[in-house]
Design a protein. Structure first.
Length: 368
């Protein structure tokens, strides 16, 4: 089982149509640079409620909602999603919320104008796949004590990064941008949501600089750089052609098909691009054999599992030493873990430093 740090947070939750202060243990890795979203999800037997709030804990009318069969606006800051919607998602579109226009700035104080409201609606037709760019899917399971297998799907649009925090009683899992939260055993009935947009304008300069820093700090003098930056691959270096061919091979292995992405640097089988990091991993799977303590044994598949982590996943990973000085344990907030062997150039401690500094570099570019 993955181990998580439990954070005791003071959370201003809305139950029904009134507010109450509650402390709860948040499960999952919460990146300190992620901003809290003005959306709170709470639930009960009557369905799921969507509440908005401002940074100071107050409420305001941030919602532009389209009523439907399962969607009812009770107040300016409160929407009820009735049970029974099934696979029909509630679409929470924040595309305009983070993009305030400079032309709307006040001429006297130059503060940005008001934000665009958050659009909330349910589609008339349910599509089979909502895997969209800049979007995240949250599935809330077993929120009703009166309905067996209750489930509600939410699609958050207009976000580059996203994090779901829940009480420790919740069971969390994820696959890429889909996050499943099973709250069957929870008494605390709300989720904490964080996220925002990334400004990646300078990463094609910052990431190579970070690679050079670690080359200079740890790699043996007189040896080829451990990190080979792609701008140097195109130079007159005799290995330039081989390097470019290797990068092309990595793009294929990691199935990087986003035409807006671009490779920046690589370290053996690791590739760093404008939009994320590719790592060759041992993938975790749960054995059906139970140990003496009755918990399922964790095992790992063989290598050659080429896994690409977009920034929204990478900045929520944690890296720790594993077994020896070559291997890293990588964990995410949603109960997934991996093993990475770092013996090619750097020790695991040195790579942990690099990964954490890379996380800080990207996290600092989250805008709200």
């Amino acid at each position: 089982m993955s181990k998580f740090n439990l954070l005791i947070l003071l959370f201003i939750g809305v139950i029904g149509i009134h507010q109450s202060n509650q402390a709860f243990g948040q499960r999952g890795i919460s990146n300190p640079n992620l901003r809290e979203l003005p959306i709170v999800l709470t639930w009960g037997n009557d369905g799921v409620r969507i509440t908005t709030k401002t940074a100071n804990g107050g409420t305001t009318n941030l919602i532009d909602m389209t009523p439907s069969q399962f969607l009812d606006q009770i107040g300016n800051d409160l929407i009820r999603v009735a049970p029974g919607a099934g696979d029909t998602p509630v679409i929470i579109d924040m595309s305009g919320f983070f993009r305030r226009s400079d032309s709307m700035a006040d001429a006297n104080n130059m503060y940005p104008g008001p934000r665009t409201k958050i659009s909330i609606h349910m589609p008339k037709m349910t599509l089979s796949d909502y895997n969209e760019p800049n979007s995240f899917i949250v599935e809330l399971w077993n929120f009703s004590e009166e309905t067996n297998h209750s489930r509600q799907v939410f699609l958050f649009r207009g976000l580059d990064v996203f994090h779901v925090g829940a009480d420790n009683c919740a069971s969390l899992s994820s696959e890429f941008n889909r996050i499943i939260v099973n709250v069957e055993k929870c008494n605390v009935k709300h989720l904490s949501l964080k996220g925002g947009l990334l400004d990646l304008a300078d990463v094609e300069e910052k990431i190579p600089n970070l690679c050079r820093k670690y080359n200079d700090r740890y790699y043996s003098k007189g040896q080829p750089d451990a990190f080979v930056c792609l701008e140097e691959c195109e130079s007159e270096d005799p290995k330039a052609y081989d390097n470019l061919q290797h990068v092309r091979s990595l793009i294929t292995k990691y199935n990087i098909t986003d035409f807006e992405d671009a490779p920046i640097s690589f370290l053996d089988e690791m590739i760093l691009t404008k939009k994320g990091v590719g790592l060759n991993l041992k993938m975790e799977y749960k054995s059906t054999t139970k140990s003496k303590n009755k918990s399922k044994k964790i095992s790992y598949d063989a290598y050659d599992k080429y896994r690409f982590f977009p920034w929204y996943e990478f900045i929520n990973l944690t890296f720790t030493k594993y077994v020896d000085d070559n291997q890293l344990m990588i964990e995410d907030p949603y109960n997934n873990s991996y093993i990475y062997n770092s013996k090619v150039h750097f020790s695991n401690v040195e790579l942990i430093q690099f990964f954490n500094e890379l996380k800080a570099l990207i996290s600092a570019r989250v805008n709200s």
